[in-house]
Design a protein around this ligand. Structure first.
Ligand code: AMP
Length: 283
């Protein structure tokens, strides 16, 4: 696997394969790679001829400078893991390559960016995500780009911007990868203190309680959400939100019918903010 730093190098490296009709897959990451990222890289390896893994801690999507400063970074480790999982190119540009002096454009996706994560992290978060993902898609011009279901609202934002801006790429979504006890893997889990690691299970427990209650016949979203919150309270965790929404628009759902409904949850556990989700009536 080779590491490239500039858009010009990336384009040059992909020119030959593209002209030869080889398919290109892109896996955008912010590094601190774990099995969630690696499963996306393996998925890309299985379905694409050239696999580009991008590594860029995007300052534009961090609303707290402490979170950005504390974000784990270890490029050598990430490069070794990405190569082992099947990456061909690690694209790790410096910030000035992505945001050169005079950078003035923002991609903002209305509606789906507004609730839940948008409300709690601030409007700049998804604008930062949408802008950098648009740029990465234009830089690599992949046939397929891979994202994780763990960040379900991010997936909805990206699907919408790809559709709205006619970006010629297929979006593939990988399942959420979890620790054996159910905690969704996240680069931020490493910052959980010992007692908080156990309490962090509250998110998964809340989602499981909602799933069980739905399976037992409950269809009222307010009641299902209350059951989820109560399960979280047993581990002394109060969610920032636990809400049932439509998976594509993130509009709130009042009653669970036959259609898929996303149960989205976010909570601060100690200093660490975690998110997770589940789909009712999903495949
Ligand atoms: P990040 O480095 O956190 O920006 O994540 C890069 C990609 O990996 C995003 O598409 C995430 O949704 C995905 N991802 C992060 N955690 C997981 C996980 N536990 N399971 C599956 N995908 C994940």
């Amino acid at each position: 696997m080779k590491t490239l730093r500039t858009v010009a190098e990336l384009r040059a490296a992909l020119n030959g394969p593209r002209r030869a009709g080889r398919s290109i897959g892109l896996v955008p990451t912010m590094g601190a790679l774990h099995d969630g990222h690696l499963s996306l890289i393996r998925q890309a390896r299985a379905s694409c001829d050239e696999v580009v893994v991008s590594l860029f801690v995007n300052p534009a999507q961090f609303e707290e400078s402490r979170d950005l400063a504390g974000y784990p970074r270890d490029e050598a480790r990430d490069a070794a893991l990405a190569a082992e999982a099947g990456g061909d190119i690690l694209f790790a540009p410096p910030p000035a390559e992505v945001y050169p002096r005079g950078f003035a454009t923002t991609v903002a996706v209305a509606e789906v960016s507004a609730p839940l994560e948008g409300e709690h992290r601030g409007g700049a978060h998804f604008a930062g995500v949408a802008t950098v993902v648009t740029k990465l898609l234009n830089m690599a011009q992949p046939d397929v780009a891979f994202f994780g279901q763990k960040d379900a609202q991010q997936v909805a934002v990206i699907r919408r911007l790809v559709r709205d801006l006619d970006i010629p790429v297929r979006i593939e979504v990988g399942d959420t990868i979890r620790a054996p006890d159910g905690l969704a893997l996240s680069s931020r889990n490493a910052r959980l203190r010992a007692g908080d690691r156990r309490r962090a299970l509250a998110l998964h427990r809340g989602l499981e309680a909602v799933r069980a209650c739905h399976a037992a016949g409950e269809r009222d979203a307010t009641i299902l959400a209350a059951i989820g919150r109560a399960a979280m309270a047993e581990l002394d965790v109060e969610p920032e939100y636990l809400q049932l929404v439509a998976p594509d628009t993130f509009a709130p759902v009042a009653t669970v019918g036959e259609q898929p409904v996303l149960v989205a949850v976010a909570a601060r556990v100690g200093d660490v903010r975690l998110i997770d989700n589940d789909i009712l009536n999903g495949s």
